[in-house]
Write a protein that binds this ligand. Structure first.
Ligand code: NDP
Length: 482
């Protein structure tokens, strides 16, 4: 038996299920390659079961009162918090992220999301009534039906929670497909949602690769798809879903700028830059991988940033002192290493880390925090998402210049500004083409803050009140006055 073997590969209609006809696949601990669970890709029989049970559960759930739904969500948050340590450990085994992170970030963020939507005022989903000369107009916000969530491998339980909580609050059912690389924690979330009192089938988890995702996206019984993943996958899902005029939300990649003015608290800016490049070994979509530092602060910032990067303890992700764990897979580490070599061949200077700091040994695929200077925007390392601990530090002179350079990208997920001048911070934030701007902080995600990107970083938003528009549709009823 494997140490994290679930009772079944899928969670459908309130119980673990399996179908051994499905192609087998495994989940490994990235720190040593050990197999931790063996599962099967969902077969058509499992997928049909998931669709039918979600449809049946949604028919019940949509008629329950908002306060009943909120009670279930509140209970989910409580169970997630009660089981935080066990879930964090599972997430560390599945992703390789340090336990020091998963204990505070992953199930905790999912719990925060369920808590936020469980506490929303009923007015958030209340429609409106207006008396006019023609009659009474009632505007209702109604659920969409069966929604599909598709997740990336970097924050598996957080992604599942961020999609499930608002979808269920609005009266929908959900079928969630985690990444094949990290299939385990979404199953636990499904178990917890069932335990919290949701009707069987309200939140189902099915396993598989992109083909299973595609089957779900194209199924006529699915009303909406919400993806967290790469731009390339986002485009495919958008094309397939909109061909049937389905609702789509896309949380995609980024190549976000961090702008550090010379009046900033440089130590705070270095902490923001380290969090925004090296947390989770850099495998975070909103990371600030293009750091622009104003000329007179450049040398000091770089000195502090290198010292911070080199002080980070890399090693066993189960050691509570570890700050840098392995990357999620050898395949992904190879891609990051290739980008580091590309940076050198493009003429950038590596001032910390580098290709020789990449370990591809059987005992895990580690990459040391890597910092490049002498980077030009035309270089691929400054344009493409690397999704590893690789930062480019560049120099700028004026506010106008840096805004132009920060915006010169096809992506627009996030941006950060460090300055002691609040007026300047606001002025710059208003001009940045990014869905999320942080001022004197970076990569903080309170659930009240809508999350999502401009340009090719996505469509729609997660979190905040805004996401409710993406899980509801409007019905207008006119009753004629006699
Ligand atoms: P991918 O785009 O490769 O995969 C995302 C999910 O889509 C996986 O579950 C994958 O299945 C599935 N999938 C792949 N092809 C299809 C298809 N044709 N139809 C339906 N589903 C499909 O992303 P990664 O998992 O590699 O994650 C990394 C990416 O995610 C990065 O670009 C990162 O920026 C982005 N991301 C964005 C975030 C945001 O909120 N904006 C947050 C976190 C990550 P499988 O992998 O099992 O084959």
């Amino acid at each position: 038996m494997y140490p994290h073997q679930p009772e079944g590969s899928h969670f459908v209609e309130g119980a673990y299920r399996d179908d051994r006809e499905g192609t087998p696949f495994q989940s490994c601990f990235p720190a040593d390659g050990r197999v931790i669970a063996r599962l099967h890709v969902a077969t058509p029989a499992i997928l049909d079961h998931a669709i039918h049970s979600a449809q049946n559960a949604q028919a019940i759930w949509r008629t329950t009162s908002l306060s009943e739904r909120q009670q279930v969500l509140r209970r989910v948050a409580e169970i997630l918090r009660d089981r935080n340590d066990e879930l964090a450990r599972l997430e560390t085994f599945d992703t390789g992220k340090p336990i020091s992170e998963t204990l505070v970030s992953d199930p905790a963020s999912a719990a925060e999301c369920f808590e936020y939507y469980s506490a929303l005022s009923p007015t958030a989903l209340q429609g409106s009534t207006e008396q006019t000369d023609t009659g009474t107009i009632k505007v209702l916000k109604e659920p969409l039906g069966v929604c599909v969530g598709i997740g990336a491998w970097n924050y598996p339980i957080q992604i599942a929670g961020w999609k499930a909580a608002p979808a269920l609050l609005c009266g929908n059912a959900m079928i969630f497909k985690p990444s094949e690389t990290t299939p385990l924690s979404a199953l636990k979330l499904a178990e917890i949602i069932a335990e919290a009192g949701a009707p069987a089938g309200l939140f189902n988890v099915v396993q598989g690769d992109g083909k299973v995702g595609q089957w779900l996206v194209e199924h006529p019984g699915v009303a909406k798809v919400s993806l967290t993943g790469s731009v390339a996958t986002g485009k495919k899902i958008h094309a397939a879903a909109t061909a049937q005029l389905k609702h789509v939300s896309l949380e995609l990649g980024g190549k976000s700028p961090l702008i550090v003015f010379d009046d900033a608290d440089l130590e705070a800016a270095v902490e923001g830059a380290a969090a925004g490049n090296f947390y989770s070994s850099g495998q975070i979509c909103s990371n600030c991988t293009r750091i622009y530092v104003q000329r007179s602060a450049f040398d000091r910032f770089l000195e502090l940033f290198i010292a911070r990067a080199e002080s980070m303890k890399m090693g066993d992700p189960l050691d509570p002192e570890t700050e840098i764990g392995p990357l999620v897979s050898e395949h992904h580490a190879e891609s990051v290493r290739t980008y580091i070599e590309l940076g050198l061949s493009e003429g950038a200077t590596c001032v910390s880390g580098g290709p020789n700091s990449v370990s591809m040994a059987a005992d895990g695929t580690y990459v040391r925090p890597t910092i490049f200077t002498d980077v030009r925007e035309a270089m691929r390392i400054a344009r493409e998402e690397i999704f590893g601990p690789v930062a480019c530090v560049m120099m700028f002179d004026t506010e106008e210049e840096v805004i132009g350079r920060a915006n010169a990208t096809e992506l627009g997920l996030a941006a950060g500004i460090y300055t002691g001048d609040n007026g300047r911070a606001e002025r710059v934030a208003h001009q940045l083409q990014a869905g999320i701007c942080w001022i004197n902080t970076y990569n903080e995600y309170p659930i009240a803050m809508p999350f999502g990107g401009y340009k090719q970083s996505g469509l729609g938003r997660e979190n905040g009140l805004l996401v409710l528009d993406h899980y509801t549709q409007t019905k207008s009823i006119l009753t004629q006055s006699r």
